[in-house]
Design a protein around this ligand. Structure first.
Ligand code: DGL
Length: 283
């Protein structure tokens, strides 16, 4: 994986973080396990930070929902979670939610918010062939937000997009310890390489936080000569910057919150524990 530049793939609140209670958590939010790809990068930079990882599994997959459904769900949940847990910072570790609802969420929340946007800018800096692939959810790839990033950072390049929502289920299944049919990864790769000019792709933007969790499988499906880029390292740097100078008092283990109880959570527990999430709650 190629590391994108400093603030790449990241949007931040216009005001910097205020001094916080040392036990106040950083709240990472996604529809499912995808945000764990962001959590691992945040953990590398902020090993002592208390973190709550919130997964709206009752709403998964966001990529198949309408813009209005996603905006309402994300604003409502983050409003209630912020009231209850008083985080020092909220990170929307989800491209779909960020490209659709970031502005709405900022209107209702007072805390600093870091969002996730497709890492088109670093991809444009890396490509040698001038052809970039972008894998996202169906909802993300149709956003004007992506059009604007393309116009601003990839003018003169070719950006081919493919809605690979199937990979969300693949990443969820992988983390539950279930086998995934490799044809899922081949379909995602062919969704890009099969487009006119697609054989020129040398850089692929993983524009969904679930996808870095299956990067090795995708690399196998694309074959050699293709690099992957995503926003998680840049997001982590932004979170570190916005919490700079603050004190942290972390519990032994962090809390994973889900919006719906079910067997899937038991199946996920070994993977959650590997990310330092030893406690589970239902919100
Ligand atoms: N992880 C989310 C993203 O980054 C999307 C997964 C979903 O479809 O819910 O876009």
């Amino acid at each position: 994986m190629v590391q994108p530049g400093a603030a790449t793939g990241t949007l931040a609140a216009p005001h910097s973080a205020l001094s916080a209670n040392p036990a106040a958590p950083i709240l990472l939010f996604d529809s499912g396990v995808g945000g764990l790809s962001v959590l691992s990068e945040v953990r590398k930079l902020l090993p002592e930070a208390p973190i709550i990882y919130a997964a709206d599994n009752a709403g998964l997959p966001y990529g198949e929902k309408t813009e209005a459904q996603i905006a309402a769900r994300v604003s409502g949940l983050l409003g209630r979670m912020t009231e209850r847990f008083r985080p020092r910072l909220v990170c929307i570790a989800c491209n779909t939610a960020s490209t659709i609802a970031l502005a709405a969420v900022r209107e209702v929340l007072e805390v600093p918010i870091v969002g996730t946007v497709p890492a088109i800018k670093p991809a444009a800096g890396l490509t040698r062939s001038g052809t970039i692939g972008l894998l996202g959810t169906a909802a993300t790839i149709r956003q004007g937000y992506v059009d604007r990033l393309e116009a601003e950072f990839a003018a003169g390049k070719r950006l081919l997009r493919f809605g690979a929502g199937e990979l969300v289920g693949a990443a969820e299944a992988k983390l539950r310890g279930h086998a995934v049919d490799p044809a899922v990864y081949r379909r995602a790769a062919e969704g890009l390489t099969g487009q006119p000019g697609g054989e020129e792709i040398d850089t692929v933007v993983l524009a969904c936080t679930h996808f870095p969790l299956v990067e090795a499988e995708l690399a196998g499906a694309f074959g050699p000569g293709v690099s992957f880029v995503h926003g998680a390292p840049g997001i982590a740097r932004r979170v570190e910057f916005l919490t700079g100078g603050q004190d942290f008092a972390r519990n032994q283990t962090d809390l994973a919150l889900f919006t719906r109880a079910g067997d899937e959570i038991d199946q996920l527990q070994p993977a959650l524990a590997a990310y330092g999430l030893g406690r589970v709650g239902i919100f």
